[in-house]
Write a protein that binds this ligand. Structure first.
Ligand code: ATR
Length: 269
């Protein structure tokens, strides 16, 4: 049986096995998908073992995406821009291809599931770390009228502006300088949600009818999702839709067939 897995550290709460098992059942594919806890120090050796013992593909999550980027033999263009790999595929010639389906997963959730159109809209991304870098390319491709990138450490946001200059225009900024601006969509790409805290965002940044999206997800509404609701967001959601959609794009890369995500997403809610 073809083997797949998600590697992460920690990995205990990963929903990826259940998502991929449902995709497999739905598309009548025979495969196994497990969650494996992999410490960064043994990542490379564990990958080698996995692919030598029948592994066909691996998803990588925190904190292994940058290591996967270094490990693979070839990168898709979007993985190159992301500086991170969340999906590894064993190719027929034995080499490893690294892709990053996170940004595409986000855009699919925003546009196909939530019915948003980003063209001409004012978009704000909070945070300029690895999570932000993974989504900036597809967000710019969607042609918002402005894409502000706010970070505590503004120099990191400025570096992202330079990195994505060939794709589109990013306006780097601090949280303080956002006062007076309004956005149709605010995306939280900081790791603050992991501690149930918020970046230093002021009130009044959301346009009437605006939408808030937290890349993180948890059983209870995240601090940022709660902030969005307090600010009167039309929609304030966490990243479980993105989780399912990035998994679907990974499944497509591995198996050549796009699963239907609606049922799986409903089950997760
Ligand atoms: P990830 O890969 O999850 O993005 P990262 O590369 O460590 O993780 O980046 C974390 C991001 O969350 C950074 O943008 C960080 O801001 P700094 O670059 O200024 O450190 C941001 N972040 C984390 N905790 C935060 C907090 N409490 N308030 C604001 N920003 C925070």
């Amino acid at each position: 049986m073809d083997r797949y897995a998600v590697f992460g550290y920690p990995i205990g709460h990963s929903k990826s096995p259940i998502i991929h098992q449902q995709f497999a059942a739905q598309t009548k594919q025979t495969l196994s998908y497990e969650a494996i806890e992999v410490k960064p120090g043994v990542f490379s050796a564990t990958m080698d073992d996995f692919f030598q013992s029948g592994g066909k593909g691996v998803n990588c999550t925190v904190p292994l995406k940058e290591l996967a980027y270094e490990k693979v033999d070839q990168l898709t263009e979007r993985a190159q821009f992301s500086g991170a790999v969340n999906t590894v595929k064993l190719m027929d010639d034995g080499t490893l291809l690294g892709d990053n389906t996170d940004g595409l997963g986000l855009l699919t959730d925003l546009c196909a599931n939530l019915g948003l159109s980003l063209a001409g809209k004012r978009v704000l991304v909070l945070g300029a770390g690895g999570a932000a870098r993974g989504i900036l390319g597809p967000l710019l491709d969607a042609k918002p009228s402005v894409l502000y990138l706010a970070n505590r450490t503004v120099s990191k946001a400025e570096a992202m502006k330079a990195l994505f200059a060939s794709v589109g225009r990013i306006t780097p900024t601090s949280y303080e300088k956002l006062v007076g601006e309004q956005f149709d969509l605010i995306i939280n790409a900081t790791s603050a949600s992991l501690n149930d805290s918020l970046p230093a965002i002021r009130e009044g940044l959301l346009s009437p009818n605006g939408v808030c999206y937290d890349l993180a997800y948890s059983e209870q509404p995240t601090a940022f999702v709660r902030w969005g609701l307090r600010e009167g967001a039309r929609l304030s959601v966490d990243g479980r839709g993105m989780l399912v959609e990035q998994a679907a794009h990974a499944f497509k890369l591995w198996r050549g067939v796009m699963p239907d995500t609606a049922q799986v997403l409903e089950g997760l809610k």
